[in-house]
Design a protein around this ligand. Structure first.
Ligand SMILES: [Zn+2]
Length: 161
């Protein structure tokens, strides 16, 4: 009797082991495919967040690259049109968007803004976000450093040319 009870107990102990192996095959634990999708989502989300930051930094660097060679402050006066001196409203300070909405011209005096401004803003945004979009979640520090270098390179090219 005792032997048969042990045999039954041993038999029951084996079944959960089989069930565990079936569960592993069912995909509850990270598989290479799941991990790849998670990384891609992480990269995409990070890039979506970095893009507007890069646009804003590019816009600020645009202002700095315009004023610093003239020995002007980058803080005061607030952003204004070089042609008519009109102070820009918050709605006219949105990188890329303002340029498109104003069709590339000052709202006050109709002076063309120049396509280089939105182009460099866009390149700054893409430059900061692109490395993260590729390897950001696997190598975050390297992605941010490379993004920062690309962002800086856009402004450096503007100052040299
Ligand atoms: Zn103007």
């Amino acid at each position: 009797m005792l032997r048969s009870q042990h045999a039954v107990r041993d038999g029951k102990q084996e079944r959960p082991g089989d069930g565990g192996e079936t569960g592993r095959g069912g995909g509850f634990l990270p598989s290479p495919d799941n991990q790849r999708v998670t990384d891609q989502l992480c990269n995409l989300l990070g890039a979506v967040l970095l893009l507007p930051l890069g646009l804003a930094l590019g816009s600020f660097l645009e202002l700095a690259a315009d004023r610093l060679p003239r020995s002007e402050s980058i803080v005061t006066p607030p952003s204004h049109c070089r042609a008519c001196g009109r102070r820009l409203t918050p709605g006219e300070l949105i990188p890329l968007v303002s340029y498109v909405l104003q069709r590339g011209r000052c709202r006050g005096c109709d002076t063309p803004i120049g396509a280089g401004v939105p182009l460099r803003e866009a390149l700054s945004g893409v430059g900061l976000a692109a490395p993260w979009a590729v390897v950001g979640c696997a190598h975050p520090v390297a992605a941010l450093i490379l993004g920062g270098l690309l962002l800086g390179a856009v402004s450096a090219v503007r100052l040299v040319l």
